[in-house]
Ligand binder design. Structure first.
Ligand code: 2HA
Ligand code: ZN
Length: 275
């Protein structure tokens, strides 16, 4: 089978396009990584080229040794992924030491995987372990309203989580663990990767102050849906704050907790003020 015919590749391309249409991927903003299943590799590996050089990842991901990843290209535009996938995305293989990678497909006009590769792979390692291999997707987008809120709310995970949960009923069902917050940092480096991967031990979503949103999940739909839900909630909060600085009413903690039974979720007690 051709790489581009594989369902996971089509789903990856679709997510890039949907994110672009949302307005979350201006220019080369944002990036996406998928940890490919063994059975998916065996369907498409005939097209792979193992002659490219090995390059440093910039960090060590021992638990991802010898695995394959579909990733967006550094400096490539999400806008172009659907129109020109082979020039915009690539498949990489991590070497047996977990410190280097090789491009085996894609980026036909040259280039490198996403500038956030250290973040994506370090976080991938954490979520693989945390979920016994279930989680496979790492997504970063420049969600407009989430970024706006990082200028007006304290950079505190309790404040952000509670505000987001209260803005729309399904939020605490979609992200019952809450959201982590990472203070402003230089993008693309090891430092932001290390900080985010500490937070991803507990949360499926991390807000990067004055930069964007980082979400992880089992598949493309749930990972994109998580970012979409958080951004929608942030948009409602931006509207509320634009109208007034005083809410007349909100969903109470007791009401939030009453969702647990019917929706089979457990809210992170760190973010609940129990009386
Ligand atoms: O790809 O979004 O965080 C550009 C970025 C870096
Ligand atoms: Zn970014």
């Amino acid at each position: 089978m051709k790489v581009l015919e594989a369902k996971f590749v089509q789903d990856f391309i679709n997510l890039c396009n949907e994110g672009y249409l949302k307005g979350w991927h201006e220019r080369n903003g944002g990036n996406l990584t998928y940890r490919i299943k063994d059975e998916e590799i065996s369907l498409i590996c005939e097209e792979f080229n193992y002659n490219n050089e090995f390059r440093d990842i910039g960090t060590e991901v021992k638990d991802l040794a010898n695995e394959y990843f579909l990733v967006t290209g550094s400096g490539k535009f999400m806008m172009n992924v659907k129109r020109d996938p082979e020039g915009s995305i690539c498949i990489i293989k991590v070497d047996e030491t977990g410190t280097k990678y090789q491009i085996v497909w894609g980026l036909v006009n040259g280039g490198h995987p996403t500038s956030e590769l250290p973040s994506h792979l370090m976080n991938m390692e954490v979520i693989k372990k945390r979920t016994n291999g279930k989680y496979r997707v790492v997504y970063h987008c420049h969600a407009t309203n989430v970024i706006a809120l990082t200028f007006v709310l304290p950079l505190d995970e309790k404040v952000f989580t509670r505000e987001l949960w209260q803005m729309a009923t399904e939020c605490c069902i979609v992200f019952p663990s809450g959201v982590g917050i990472c203070k402003w940092m230089v993008p693309g480096g090891r430092e932001i990767a290390v900080e985010t991967s500490k937070l991803v031990k507990e949360y499926d979503a991390v807000i990067w102050a004055h930069h964007g949103l980082f979400s992880v999940g089992e598949d493309f739909d749930s990972t994109f849906g998580l970012a979409d839900t958080i951004e929608k909630s942030a948009e409602i909060l931006v509207k509320v704050l634009s109208i007034t600085d005083k809410k007349l009413q909100t969903i109470t903690d007791k009401e939030l907790l009453s969702l647990e039974k019917d929706f089979n979720v457990k809210l992170n007690r760190k973010f609940i003020n129990e009386d």
